[in-house]
Design a protein around this ligand. Sequence first.
Ligand code: LIP
Length: 302
Amino acid sequence: MSSSSDIDLPLLRDRLVSIALQAGVMITSATPTTTSSGTKKNTADLVTETDQAVEAYISKELKTLYPTFSFMGEETYKPGMQLGPEPTFIVDPIDGTTNFVHRHPYISISLGFAVNRVPVVGVVYNPFTGKLYTGVKGRGSYVSTIRDGKTHGEEIRLPLKGSEALTGLDSCIVIIEWGSDRSGSNWKVKCDTWARLGQSKDEGGAMVHSARALGSAALNMCAVAEGTLDVYWEGGCWAWDVCAGWVILTEAGGIVVDGNPGSWEVDVDHRIYLAVRGAKEGQKELVEEFWSYVEGEMVYPH
Ligand code: LIP
Protein backbone atom coordinates (compact mmCIF):
# COMPACT_ATOMS: atom_id res chain seq x y z
CA MET A 1 0.00 0.00 0.00
CA SER A 2 1.51 3.36 -1.05
CA SER A 3 1.38 6.29 1.33
CA SER A 4 1.03 9.93 0.33
CA SER A 5 2.95 10.85 3.50
CA ASP A 6 6.11 9.65 1.73
CA ILE A 7 5.59 12.23 -1.02
CA ASP A 8 6.21 16.00 -0.77
CA LEU A 9 2.70 17.00 -1.83
CA PRO A 10 3.21 20.80 -1.67
CA LEU A 11 6.24 20.44 -3.95
CA LEU A 12 4.23 18.19 -6.28
CA ARG A 13 1.46 20.80 -6.35
CA ASP A 14 3.94 23.55 -7.22
CA ARG A 15 5.37 21.43 -10.02
CA LEU A 16 1.87 20.78 -11.35
CA VAL A 17 1.19 24.54 -11.32
CA SER A 18 4.30 25.19 -13.43
CA ILE A 19 3.25 22.51 -15.90
CA ALA A 20 -0.32 23.88 -16.03
CA LEU A 21 0.92 27.40 -16.79
CA GLN A 22 3.07 26.15 -19.67
CA ALA A 23 0.20 24.01 -20.97
CA GLY A 24 -1.93 27.15 -20.80
CA VAL A 25 0.44 28.95 -23.16
CA MET A 26 0.11 26.04 -25.60
CA ILE A 27 -3.68 26.27 -25.45
CA THR A 28 -4.08 30.05 -25.74
CA SER A 29 -1.66 30.18 -28.67
CA ALA A 30 -3.34 27.31 -30.54
CA THR A 31 -6.05 27.39 -33.16
CA PRO A 32 -8.47 24.66 -32.13
CA THR A 33 -8.50 22.27 -35.05
CA THR A 34 -10.17 18.95 -34.52
CA THR A 35 -8.11 15.87 -35.30
CA SER A 36 -8.58 13.98 -38.55
CA SER A 37 -11.51 12.14 -36.97
CA GLY A 38 -12.45 15.23 -34.93
CA THR A 39 -14.74 13.16 -32.78
CA LYS A 40 -14.60 10.09 -30.55
CA LYS A 41 -17.82 8.19 -29.99
CA ASN A 42 -20.14 10.65 -31.70
CA THR A 43 -20.39 14.17 -33.17
CA ALA A 44 -20.67 15.74 -29.72
CA ASP A 45 -17.55 14.05 -28.33
CA LEU A 46 -14.81 16.29 -29.74
CA VAL A 47 -11.01 16.05 -29.63
CA THR A 48 -8.43 18.43 -31.07
CA GLU A 49 -4.76 18.19 -31.94
CA THR A 50 -4.14 20.60 -29.07
CA ASP A 51 -5.72 18.17 -26.56
CA GLN A 52 -3.28 15.52 -27.77
CA ALA A 53 -0.23 17.81 -27.90
CA VAL A 54 -0.88 19.24 -24.42
CA GLU A 55 -1.33 15.79 -22.91
CA ALA A 56 1.92 14.63 -24.53
CA TYR A 57 3.72 17.62 -23.00
CA ILE A 58 2.23 17.04 -19.53
CA SER A 59 2.97 13.32 -19.63
CA LYS A 60 6.60 13.91 -20.67
CA GLU A 61 7.18 16.47 -17.93
CA LEU A 62 5.67 14.23 -15.25
CA LYS A 63 7.56 11.13 -16.41
CA THR A 64 10.80 13.12 -16.04
CA LEU A 65 9.91 14.42 -12.58
CA TYR A 66 8.23 11.26 -11.24
CA PRO A 67 9.37 8.31 -13.38
CA THR A 68 7.93 5.67 -11.05
CA PHE A 69 4.45 7.17 -10.79
CA SER A 70 1.59 6.11 -13.07
CA PHE A 71 -0.24 8.37 -15.52
CA MET A 72 -3.85 8.29 -16.67
CA GLY A 73 -4.81 10.86 -19.30
CA GLU A 74 -7.96 11.36 -21.33
CA GLU A 75 -6.24 11.21 -24.70
CA THR A 76 -4.16 8.07 -24.03
CA TYR A 77 -6.76 6.19 -22.00
CA LYS A 78 -7.70 2.78 -23.41
CA PRO A 79 -10.96 1.03 -22.46
CA GLY A 80 -10.31 -1.43 -19.67
CA MET A 81 -7.47 0.60 -18.11
CA GLN A 82 -8.01 0.54 -14.35
CA LEU A 83 -6.88 3.09 -11.75
CA GLY A 84 -4.58 1.24 -9.32
CA PRO A 85 -3.49 2.10 -5.73
CA GLU A 86 -0.06 3.30 -6.84
CA PRO A 87 0.63 7.07 -7.03
CA THR A 88 -1.09 8.16 -10.24
CA PHE A 89 -1.44 11.45 -12.12
CA ILE A 90 -4.98 11.72 -13.50
CA VAL A 91 -5.01 14.37 -16.21
CA ASP A 92 -7.36 16.12 -18.60
CA PRO A 93 -5.28 18.34 -20.87
CA ILE A 94 -8.26 20.40 -22.02
CA ASP A 95 -11.39 19.93 -19.94
CA GLY A 96 -14.13 21.63 -21.95
CA THR A 97 -12.94 20.69 -25.42
CA THR A 98 -16.31 21.55 -26.94
CA ASN A 99 -15.99 25.08 -25.52
CA PHE A 100 -12.43 25.23 -26.85
CA VAL A 101 -13.55 24.24 -30.37
CA HIS A 102 -16.23 26.96 -30.19
CA ARG A 103 -13.66 29.41 -28.81
CA HIS A 104 -15.69 29.83 -25.63
CA PRO A 105 -13.21 30.51 -22.79
CA TYR A 106 -14.67 28.16 -20.15
CA ILE A 107 -11.98 25.49 -20.30
CA SER A 108 -9.33 24.19 -17.93
CA ILE A 109 -6.21 22.10 -17.62
CA SER A 110 -7.05 19.58 -14.90
CA LEU A 111 -4.08 17.96 -13.17
CA GLY A 112 -5.01 15.53 -10.41
CA PHE A 113 -2.88 13.21 -8.32
CA ALA A 114 -4.22 10.18 -6.42
CA VAL A 115 -2.65 7.68 -4.01
CA ASN A 116 -4.52 4.48 -3.12
CA ARG A 117 -7.18 5.80 -5.54
CA VAL A 118 -7.81 8.81 -3.27
CA PRO A 119 -7.36 12.30 -4.81
CA VAL A 120 -4.69 14.14 -2.75
CA VAL A 121 -3.51 17.01 -5.00
CA GLY A 122 -5.47 19.04 -7.53
CA VAL A 123 -4.55 21.87 -9.89
CA VAL A 124 -7.19 23.35 -12.22
CA TYR A 125 -6.19 26.27 -14.43
CA ASN A 126 -8.22 28.30 -16.94
CA PRO A 127 -5.59 29.93 -19.17
CA PHE A 128 -8.13 32.28 -20.75
CA THR A 129 -9.30 33.84 -17.49
CA GLY A 130 -6.11 33.22 -15.50
CA LYS A 131 -8.05 31.55 -12.70
CA LEU A 132 -5.87 28.99 -10.90
CA TYR A 133 -7.34 26.61 -8.34
CA THR A 134 -5.12 24.42 -6.16
CA GLY A 135 -5.74 21.95 -3.38
CA VAL A 136 -3.65 19.58 -1.27
CA LYS A 137 -5.34 17.05 1.02
CA GLY A 138 -5.21 18.34 4.58
CA ARG A 139 -3.81 21.74 3.57
CA GLY A 140 -6.81 23.59 2.16
CA SER A 141 -7.66 24.82 -1.32
CA TYR A 142 -7.10 28.20 -2.90
CA VAL A 143 -7.86 30.36 -5.91
CA SER A 144 -5.60 32.97 -7.45
CA THR A 145 -5.30 34.87 -10.70
CA ILE A 146 -2.37 34.43 -13.07
CA ARG A 147 -1.26 37.29 -15.32
CA ASP A 148 1.80 37.12 -17.59
CA GLY A 149 2.73 33.80 -16.00
CA LYS A 150 2.78 35.18 -12.45
CA THR A 151 0.31 35.30 -9.56
CA HIS A 152 -1.50 38.65 -9.60
CA GLY A 153 -2.81 39.67 -6.20
CA GLU A 154 -3.26 37.29 -3.31
CA GLU A 155 -4.11 33.61 -3.06
CA ILE A 156 -7.60 33.33 -1.54
CA ARG A 157 -8.63 30.37 0.62
CA LEU A 158 -11.80 28.57 -0.48
CA PRO A 159 -14.76 28.71 -0.09
CA LEU A 160 -15.23 32.36 -1.11
CA LYS A 161 -18.76 32.66 0.26
CA GLY A 162 -18.06 31.13 3.65
CA SER A 163 -19.98 27.98 4.41
CA GLU A 164 -23.48 29.42 4.57
CA ALA A 165 -26.12 26.86 5.55
CA LEU A 166 -27.81 24.93 2.77
CA THR A 167 -31.57 25.34 3.24
CA GLY A 168 -32.89 23.29 0.34
CA LEU A 169 -32.75 22.89 -3.43
CA ASP A 170 -35.18 25.78 -3.86
CA SER A 171 -32.35 28.15 -2.91
CA CYS A 172 -29.65 26.47 -5.04
CA ILE A 173 -28.11 26.93 -8.47
CA VAL A 174 -27.48 23.41 -9.79
CA ILE A 175 -24.81 22.64 -12.39
CA ILE A 176 -25.86 19.98 -14.90
CA GLU A 177 -24.12 18.79 -18.07
CA TRP A 178 -25.51 17.33 -21.26
CA GLY A 179 -22.34 15.32 -21.94
CA SER A 180 -21.99 13.47 -25.20
CA ASP A 181 -24.24 10.45 -24.54
CA ARG A 182 -27.60 11.61 -25.94
CA SER A 183 -29.72 8.46 -26.15
CA GLY A 184 -30.96 5.49 -24.14
CA SER A 185 -31.87 5.17 -20.49
CA ASN A 186 -29.06 7.37 -19.12
CA TRP A 187 -30.22 10.30 -21.27
CA LYS A 188 -33.82 9.72 -20.12
CA VAL A 189 -32.77 9.68 -16.43
CA LYS A 190 -30.96 12.99 -16.97
CA CYS A 191 -33.81 14.71 -18.85
CA ASP A 192 -36.47 13.54 -16.39
CA THR A 193 -34.37 14.61 -13.40
CA TRP A 194 -33.49 18.00 -14.89
CA ALA A 195 -37.19 18.62 -15.52
CA ARG A 196 -38.11 17.76 -11.94
CA LEU A 197 -35.37 19.95 -10.51
CA GLY A 198 -36.68 22.94 -12.42
CA GLN A 199 -40.40 22.26 -12.11
CA SER A 200 -42.59 24.24 -9.72
CA LYS A 201 -43.34 22.69 -6.37
CA ASP A 202 -47.08 22.52 -7.02
CA GLU A 203 -46.23 20.21 -9.92
CA GLY A 204 -43.94 18.05 -7.79
CA GLY A 205 -40.69 19.77 -8.68
CA ALA A 206 -37.81 21.19 -6.61
CA MET A 207 -38.05 24.71 -8.09
CA VAL A 208 -34.27 25.28 -7.93
CA HIS A 209 -33.13 28.88 -8.41
CA SER A 210 -31.67 27.85 -11.77
CA ALA A 211 -29.43 25.41 -13.61
CA ARG A 212 -26.15 25.96 -15.44
CA ALA A 213 -24.44 23.75 -18.02
CA LEU A 214 -20.96 25.24 -18.43
CA GLY A 215 -18.99 22.44 -20.16
CA SER A 216 -16.04 21.76 -17.86
CA ALA A 217 -16.41 19.27 -15.03
CA ALA A 218 -13.18 20.46 -13.42
CA LEU A 219 -14.29 24.10 -13.37
CA ASN A 220 -17.74 23.00 -12.20
CA MET A 221 -16.12 21.32 -9.17
CA CYS A 222 -14.16 24.53 -8.54
CA ALA A 223 -17.30 26.69 -8.76
CA VAL A 224 -18.91 24.47 -6.12
CA ALA A 225 -15.68 24.72 -4.08
CA GLU A 226 -15.91 28.52 -4.30
CA GLY A 227 -19.51 28.23 -3.04
CA THR A 228 -20.82 30.49 -5.81
CA LEU A 229 -22.71 27.52 -7.29
CA ASP A 230 -24.21 25.00 -4.89
CA VAL A 231 -24.48 21.59 -6.51
CA TYR A 232 -23.04 19.75 -9.54
CA TRP A 233 -24.63 16.54 -10.83
CA GLU A 234 -23.30 14.50 -13.74
CA GLY A 235 -23.15 10.94 -14.99
CA GLY A 236 -20.77 9.84 -17.74
CA CYS A 237 -17.70 11.99 -17.16
CA TRP A 238 -14.43 10.38 -16.08
CA ALA A 239 -11.82 10.36 -13.32
CA TRP A 240 -9.66 12.84 -15.28
CA ASP A 241 -12.57 15.30 -15.38
CA VAL A 242 -13.05 15.34 -11.60
CA CYS A 243 -9.89 14.16 -9.78
CA ALA A 244 -8.23 17.58 -9.40
CA GLY A 245 -11.50 19.37 -8.63
CA TRP A 246 -12.33 16.69 -6.06
CA VAL A 247 -9.43 17.73 -3.79
CA ILE A 248 -10.18 21.43 -4.33
CA LEU A 249 -13.83 20.89 -3.41
CA THR A 250 -13.36 18.64 -0.37
CA GLU A 251 -10.63 20.90 1.02
CA ALA A 252 -13.23 23.70 0.86
CA GLY A 253 -15.70 21.65 2.94
CA GLY A 254 -17.59 20.18 0.00
CA ILE A 255 -18.51 16.55 -0.51
CA VAL A 256 -18.74 14.20 -3.49
CA VAL A 257 -21.30 11.38 -3.28
CA ASP A 258 -22.96 9.04 -5.76
CA GLY A 259 -25.02 10.76 -8.45
CA ASN A 260 -27.41 7.81 -8.21
CA PRO A 261 -29.39 7.74 -4.95
CA GLY A 262 -27.95 5.91 -1.98
CA SER A 263 -24.14 5.79 -1.76
CA TRP A 264 -22.29 8.34 0.35
CA GLU A 265 -18.87 6.97 -0.66
CA VAL A 266 -17.80 6.84 -4.31
CA ASP A 267 -14.45 6.26 -6.00
CA VAL A 268 -12.87 8.93 -8.19
CA ASP A 269 -13.52 6.71 -11.27
CA HIS A 270 -17.16 6.03 -10.41
CA ARG A 271 -18.31 8.25 -13.34
CA ILE A 272 -21.58 9.28 -11.64
CA TYR A 273 -21.19 12.14 -9.18
CA LEU A 274 -23.12 14.58 -7.00
CA ALA A 275 -20.92 17.38 -5.63
CA VAL A 276 -22.25 19.72 -2.92
CA ARG A 277 -20.61 22.89 -1.61
CA GLY A 278 -19.31 23.30 1.92
CA ALA A 279 -21.98 24.33 4.43
CA LYS A 280 -22.10 24.67 8.21
CA GLU A 281 -25.38 22.77 8.07
CA GLY A 282 -27.79 21.22 5.61
CA GLN A 283 -25.35 19.27 3.39
CA LYS A 284 -26.71 15.80 4.24
CA GLU A 285 -30.31 16.94 3.93
CA LEU A 286 -29.59 18.53 0.56
CA VAL A 287 -28.05 15.32 -0.78
CA GLU A 288 -31.08 13.34 0.34
CA GLU A 289 -33.44 15.91 -1.17
CA PHE A 290 -31.52 15.83 -4.47
CA TRP A 291 -31.55 12.03 -4.57
CA SER A 292 -35.35 12.10 -4.13
CA TYR A 293 -35.61 13.88 -7.49
CA VAL A 294 -33.36 11.49 -9.45
CA GLU A 295 -35.68 9.62 -11.80
CA GLY A 296 -34.15 6.16 -12.16
CA GLU A 297 -30.50 5.12 -12.13
CA MET A 298 -27.64 5.87 -14.52
CA VAL A 299 -25.21 3.12 -15.52
CA TYR A 300 -21.74 3.71 -17.03
CA PRO A 301 -18.98 1.16 -17.69
CA HIS A 302 -15.58 1.86 -16.11
C1 LIP B 1 -16.07 17.25 -20.69
C2 LIP B 1 -16.53 17.29 -19.24
C3 LIP B 1 -18.00 17.61 -19.12
C4 LIP B 1 -18.81 16.61 -19.89
C5 LIP B 1 -18.39 16.61 -21.35
C6 LIP B 1 -16.91 16.30 -21.51
P1 LIP B 1 -13.80 17.06 -22.03
O1 LIP B 1 -14.73 16.85 -20.72
O2 LIP B 1 -15.77 18.26 -18.56
O3 LIP B 1 -18.39 17.58 -17.77
O4 LIP B 1 -20.17 16.94 -19.78
O5 LIP B 1 -19.11 15.60 -22.03
O6 LIP B 1 -16.66 15.00 -21.07
O7 LIP B 1 -14.19 15.95 -22.96
O8 LIP B 1 -14.06 18.39 -22.59
O9 LIP B 1 -12.40 16.90 -21.52
